[in-house]
Ligand binder design. Sequence first.
Ligand code: FAD
Length: 446
Amino acid sequence: MSSSMSPQKLISELISIEGLDVISEPSEVKRFSRDAYDYSPILKKKLDGCIADFVVRPGSVNAVEAVARVCTSNGIPLTLRGAGTGNYGQCVPLQGGVVMLMGGLRNVRTFDKVSGVVTVETGCLMRELDEKLSVFGRQLRLCPSTWRSATIGGFVAGGSGGIGSVRWGFLRDPGHLQALEVVTMEKKPQRLQLDASSSEALNHAYGTNGIITALSLATAPLVSWQEVIVDCKEWSQAVELLLECSRSAVELNLCSLVESSIVDQLPKWCGNSLSQHRLFLLVAPDGVNTIERLAARAGGIFNWIGEENVRSGNGLRELTWNHTTLHLRSGDPKWTYLQMLLPQPELPAMCALKERWGGDLLWHLESVRQQGVQRLAALPIVRWQGQKLLEEMIADCINNGAFLFNPHVITVEEGGLGVTDQDQVEAKKRYDPRGLLNPGKLKGWV
Ligand code: FAD
């Protein structure tokens, strides 16, 4: 622990907080000091030894404020954790201190029937939130493929997009996040209500510049999404079809493509592999026949599975985004991955990279709306052959025009646009002047 405070004194201060569970059992402390960073062998090596001193679980915002008070007055690092499904070690406490589990705050506070805006506490699981929204005929606009187990606060603070990105873009696009309730780490911690503009700096900041206790999000009308699979023999034909589907006047919630050698390694609920490239789509009911027509025109094999059953654990959603990587790694943990926005036109860059890297780079594409424009993001599965070759591959992707979002780094900036967001740093100066929140993750502050 970086503070001069003794662990005994810290634990006695924490234990005296009403509505706070204190966890000090070493195996539990270790478990809650990790996330899904082991998808990256580089991060695994860097982060395996980072462990909190104590873990706490508040059951109320008052308890959150009390923890903030203990940490600020004693200079103790504080790292927030939702469900710990992040891939970049976002909730790993680099300097020890306290890890605070936010899962005890999970109430849906309000729902506005006219605007569809929901205000919910940070630890609510997205699965539960979506279920509650469905009663009002609404659904989440965006969710990660981990939506069943991940928290809404962890998604806003650590995620970026996923299912829904084909029509709604990314979480940081204006219009999704409407407001935040935040507890600060000032000398005297405050509970603040931030409007949409002031909330922007805390969106995707890894919990480095404020403790989010509740948030307001725009939602979308509920659609009975239909699961559709299309198989294509040729890669170029599959990519053209993916683009055509995403540019059509059909409402989509998911539009993904994986190359045939990935299909062969996906779990059973993916359907029988025809050893062809496969598109996974979630389509509005009135768009299924159009997708069928486009697939036939492209020479693809169309398969309408039926209405998505979100109550079953294994839908098409759980084959896409970083779940594709998860499934390949469960067969062979030597697989890792990259994330990038492909240049336009996409095919020449993909073909050049395939030619150089062959079976060590397997294409997985997601159609996304990027700043209002339909683009292709790629999360290729890549074979781990050491850091040097991975860096060579990254350089090769960049040289071929891709914009890389590196999943093998720990700071907000390096995993994002690569530049310091001064608003994020300013918010940290204001709300966490001692730099105690998730230290080491905001490069602009470091
Ligand atoms: P955590 O991992 O617990 O936390 C994430 C970050 O948020 C940390 O920095 C943490 O400190 C911070 N944080 C948590 N709670 C708060 C709070 N209350 N206030 C301030 N900061 C807080 N991500 C995507 O964006 N899209 C995907 O499609 C996607 N697919 C994935 C698939 C797999 C198989 C895996 C393993 C991961 C995937 N992820 C994806 C990453 C991750 O699952 C999501 O971003 C998820 O939303 C994180 O939520 P969480 O509750 O697990 O957050």
